[in-house]
Write a protein that binds this ligand. Structure first.
Ligand code: AMP
Ligand code: ZN
Length: 320
């Protein structure tokens, strides 16, 4: 099995090298065993060291958020398909979504399925959509669950989430994966409460990345909305400064990578899922998202793959 994996890896690397020279960081990560190839771009295994760096980073994020006493909630990396449909995700990002399909046939269908596989046919054509889809962002399953608890208390609510997320964006850039982890803090409440939360995290995020001794810049951003209407949504999002990103150079100096996002959804999720404040007004929501793998990769890029040689202050920030 390992043999097959290695061969697939060598093949894809060689093919990619013919097309571009910008693949060296991914190759280095494979060579050092930090990421493990699967034969699919953007789908990787992680080494023990990669995970240790991630644990250090998550502990640091927890320390920055601790004073606010967020409620910790963890969902599996999949969500209710009905909730997903209601969220409007397919309107905005159909190109990124991943659905879970299953075999629901009888014995005769099974025989024909196996025959199709044997003949290298498209056996997936008979798969049926299940009631779950893959989670596109850690906060998506939270809104209906929070709304189920009734109106928010006067002080609103604050949650701490982390989940693997799926986005269908295959790439040779190690910072653009198809299955990656997102840590989030999600604030729900009045417009004042949620905008104050976002402003606080915009400051904290910069301080946190500063502690890790990495160069960064902060910028207004937009989500990759699909199609022509999507272009308008993107312009609107930028004009209203609804999304900020903290960018760190990883794959390229000119196009640094968004490692932290600060999103203000206004009343979108409140309206969609019937989330209200204690006065009965539609609740506003905001979230700050930390790209788990992206920060690990940024650390490896800037301080090297030999963790023992990282600056003492960075090691202390991560592991005490
Ligand atoms: P977004 O919802 O697009 O703002 O994503 C939240 C955070 O997840 C971003 O700031 C990134 O750090 C991270 N992220 C988004 N897409 C990917 C991806 N394809 N691979 C790895 N990390 C990602
Ligand atoms: Zn979110």
């Amino acid at each position: 099995m390992l043999d097959t994996l290695e061969k697939t890896n060598t093949k894809t690397v060689a093919a990619a090298e013919l097309q571009s020279t910008g693949t060296s960081f991914l190759d280095e990560l494979f060579d050092k065993g930090l990421l493990i190839a699967t034969g699919v771009d953007g789908l990787y295994g992680r080494s023990g060291l990669f995970e240790e760096i991630g644990e250090g980073f998550q502990a640091l994020v927890s320390r920055y958020g601790k004073a606010d006493e967020p409620e910790v909630v963890r969902f599996p990396p999949a969500m209710n398909r009905t909730v997903f449909e209601k969220s409007g995700y397919m309107k905005s990002f159909p190109q990124l979504a991943g659905t879970v399909h299953c075999f629901c046939g009888d014995a005769a269908n099974h025989i024909s399925l196996l025959q199709t596989i044997e003949q290298n046919g498209d056996w997936t054509a008979g798969q049926v959509a299940s009631e779950i889809v893959l989670t596109p962002a850690a906060c998506y399953p939270l809104y209906p669950a929070a709304a189920n608890r009734g109106p928010l208390p006067a002080e609103g609510r604050l949650f701490d989430l982390m989940s693997y997320c799926f986005r269908h964006e295959p790439s040779r850039d190690p910072a653009r994966q198809q299955l990656f982890r997102m840590r989030e803090f999600v604030r729900m409440g009045t417009p004042d409460q949620v905008t104050e939360f976002r402003a606080t995290w915009l400051e904290r995020g910069q301080k946190l990345i500063g502690e890790l001794c990495m160069p960064f810049k902060l910028d207004v951003a937009n989500d990759p909305f699909f199609g022509r209407t999507g272009k308008m949504l993107a312009v609107n999002q930028r004009d209203q400064r609804l999304k900020f990103e903290l960018l760190i150079p990883i794959e390229s100096e000119e196009n640094p990578t968004a490692c932290l996002s600060f999103n203000y959804h206004q009343d979108h999720f409140g309206k969609t899922f019937g989330l209200t404040t204690d006065t009965g007004a539609v609740a506003h929501t905001a979230c700050v998202g930390f790209g788990h793998e992206r920060v690990i990769l940024a650390l490896l890029k800037h301080h090297g793959t030999d963790v023992k040689r990282w600056p003492a202050s960075v090691r202390k920030a991560l592991w005490g």
